[in-house]
Structures are given as structure tokens and as C-alpha cells.
Ligand binder design. Structure first.
Ligand SMILES: *Cc1c(COP(=O)(O)O)cnc(C)c1O
Length: 356
């Protein structure tokens, strides 16, 4: 028998979340962001559930080619553009849309021989200072690119650093407006947070990622509770051992937890080598047979100990939810000082995945 841990991917939830995105941005086309192996869900497993999308956005050539080989004919956007001039051959062959964020890429596009023009996204640095041309450089870059026979359709693209904040896109939007002056071009600006909370930034194409997988871009589950978004990934396992503690007994590596009274705890077959966050402290939420409880002590590589006082019926073989429908991944992430994005992406290859 295999170890009882399993990650379940709910295809229905994925389809549903795309409809929630459509309702949030009814006038925009949607790039479904499936980078990082569809945020850990497995791009090969999930892309067909998002096939109603207008395009897929990702950043790794292998994932783009995989989608083409699986039969996806509609657009694919390379969010980080091409990394080397040679990549343009594959972009041409697989008909990918690429972002252009640096002058060397303009040179590369000027020099390469392509079978047909490729569509590009010209990236503006909205103030995040990650990728992109500064607003005052955009016009020159745009004109240089527009003049190239290798360049087809052009869209202005930017990304927000703080769109979960109600005031968070005011300054970036000013920079984007400055960049767009006189260009009269299509735009793609909005990540999940802006898709949900800043309709004024929707424009032609939105680029939601995390909301498709049913977690909150702000890290707070409450912020998306009323949207109807559903968690796609559920990580479950079972209790494989029970310990009856006496007052003063320590638990796990470093004895980071001590029982203050007699207490029953369960040992769960899940640890940081499965992708559970090692920094999750005592008190991180978990559920057993549907009853909410908490972790106790340090997270081990392969095991977690949990408090069974709220669930006296639980025993060996009881089903434990680490995150999913009941235990929100945002709440686990917050307890561990991270975000749902990281937990999803960190799901370990050793965890079997079931599709429902
Ligand atoms: C990852 C990413 C997105 C999606 O972000 P979410 O917060 O997951 O919605 C959109 N645009 C770019 C450029 C990205 O890198």
C-alpha cells in the first residue's frame, strides 16, 4: 500500500473559477496564467479545464511547447519574454506571443529571420522595478518595434506590485498612462488582484493566476470569500500513529511543543518533503474527519503531529485535510509566514495527484 497522502485536483472548481473571472472582467479577454506548472497543479493535467480561456500565459518554453503538442491552438504568452536570441526560432515555430522588456530584445527581433511576424507585448515598468521599459522610454521602444517587419500585433503590458491594496494601482496607472500616451494600443495590466478589485485596470486582456486555483491574491481568504471562488487543490492524508501525552511531555524535533495537561495527539503522514511548510508553527490549522484542529510541534520531513483533543473519535486511519475545501490554503500559508502561491507551487513530486 502506498503512503496515504494525496493531492486532489478538482476540475469542476477550476472551470468554475474561470467563469468567476469572466464575470469579474466581462469586457476583457483572459490570459489564464499557468506558469510554474499551473501553480503546482500540473499544466498537463489541468489545461483542458481552462480551455474556455482566450489564451494561456506562462514563462517557460517547455510548458509552451507542451501546450502546443497537446493541441492548444489559441494564443500563448511568454510573460518574461525570451531569454536568448535563439529562443526566437521556437517562438516563431510554435507561434508564441512574447513580451519584450529590454533593448537587447529589440535588437534580436531586428536581426532574426522569421517565417511570419510574431505578436509582442511591450512591457512597461509600472514602478515595481522588475521587468520593463521606464514610461519615458516606451515610446521610442514602441516605434522601433513597430518599424520591424518581424513584429505583428503589439500590446502594452504592465504588472502591479500592490494591486491587493485599494490605493495600490493609482501611481502605477499614472506611469502606464504616461507610457501609453499617443499609442492608442491594446493593453494588458491586471493580475488576479486587479481583475477582482480594480475594474478600471481591466482593458483588453486580464492575466489572472492565483484566483483560478481558488486562493486569494491578498493572502486573506476572507477577501475572496464572497466571490464564489473554489479551492482547486486539496491535500489530504491520514493519521498513522497516536500518542497519549502527559503534562510536560515534549513533541517532535527540538521539543518545540509541550503538553500542559494530558493530551492525545495524532501523527499525520505529511511533512515538508511533501511541500507542507516547515515553518508552520504550533497552531497551524488542519482538520480531522471534518473537525478543525491544529498542528503541535515542529514539522518533520515526513510527519506532522496534531492535537486530537477537539476530535476524540479520531484514530489511526482518520482522514486529515492539510489544505483544501475546509482548511483554506491562505490560512495555512499565513500561519507559516508565506502565501498560498508558494504552498501550491511547492507541492512535492512525490505526492500522488488525483483528478476529480
Ligand atoms: C504571475 C503573473 C500574473 C498572475 O498573477 P496572480 O497574482 O497569480 O494573478 C500576471 N502577470 C504576470 C506578469 C505574472 O508574472
Amino acid at each position: 500500500m502506498s503512503r496515504p497522502i494525496v493531492a486532489t485536483i478538482n476540475q469542476q472548481a477550476l472551470r468554475h473559477n474561470l467563469t468567476v473571472v469572466r464575470q469579474a472582467a466581462p469586457a476583457s479577454r483572459v490570459w489564464s496564467v499557468v506558469k510554474a506548472n499551473a501553480y503546482g497543479h500540473g499544466i498537463r493535467r489541468v489545461w483542458q479545464n481552462l480551455a474556455e480561456t482566450d489564451g494561456f500565459a506562462l514563462l517557460n518554453m517547455e510548458e509552451a511547447i507542451l501546450l502546443r503538442e497537446q493541441g492548444w491552438k489559441k494564443p500563448i504568452l511568454l510573460l518574461e519574454g525570451f531569454f536568448h536570441a535563439e529562443d526566437l526560432q521556437l517562438i516563431d515555430r510554435y507561434r508564441l506571443t512574447t513580451s519584450v522588456h529590454s533593448n537587447w530584445q529589440i535588437q534580436a527581433l531586428a536581426q532574426v529571420q522569421l517565417s511570419a511576424p510574431i505578436d509582442i507585448y511591450v512591457k512597461v515598468n509600472s514602478g515595481m522595478n522588475r521587468l520593463g521599459f521606464r514610461p519615458e522610454q516606451v515610446n521610442a521602444a514602441w516605434q522601433a518595434l513597430r518599424a520591424l517587419p518581424n513584429v505583428g500585433e503589439m500590446t502594452l503590458m504592465a504588472h502591479f506590485a500592490d494591486a491587493e491594496n485599494p490605493q495600490g494601482i493609482i501611481e502605477p496607472m499614472k506611469r502606464i498612462e504616461l507610457a501609453a500616451e499617443g499609442l492608442n494600443c491594446p493593453r494588458s495590466l491586471s493580475n488576479s488582484a486587479a481583475t477582482l478589485w480594480h475594474p478600471e485596470a481591466h482593458f483588453d486582456w486580464v492575466r489572472p493566476g492565483i484566483v483560478l486555483y481558488g486562493a486569494s491574491p491578498s493572502g486573506n481568504w476572507q477577501d475572496i470569500a464572497s466571490t464564489g471562488l473554489k479551492p482547486v487543490m486539496t491535500l489530504t492524508s491520514e493519521i498513522i500513529g497516536i500518542q497519549q501525552l502527559q503534562a510536560g511531555d515534549g513533541v517532535g524535533y527540538g521539543y518545540r511543543y509541550h503538553a500542559s495537561a494530558a493530551q492525545r495527539i495524532g501523527v499525520v503522514a505529511c511533512g515538508y518533503a511533501d511541500g507542507y511548510p516547515r515553518h508552520a508553527p504550533t497552531g497551524t490549522p488542519v482538520s480531522v474527519n471534518g473537525v478543525m484542529t491544529r498542528t503541535v510541534g515542529a514539522i518533520s520531513m515526513d510527519m506532522i503531529m496534531i492535537d486530537l483533543e477537539p476530535c476524540p473519535q479520531a484514530g489511526i486511519g482518520s482522514k486529515v485535510e492539510l489544505w483544501g475545501e475546509q482548511v483554506k490554503i491562505d490560512d495555512v500559508a499565513k500561519a507559516a509566514g508565506t502565501v498560498g502561491y508558494e504552498l501550491m507551487c511547492a507541492l512535492a513530486p512525490r505526492v500522488p495527484v488525483e483528478i476529480i
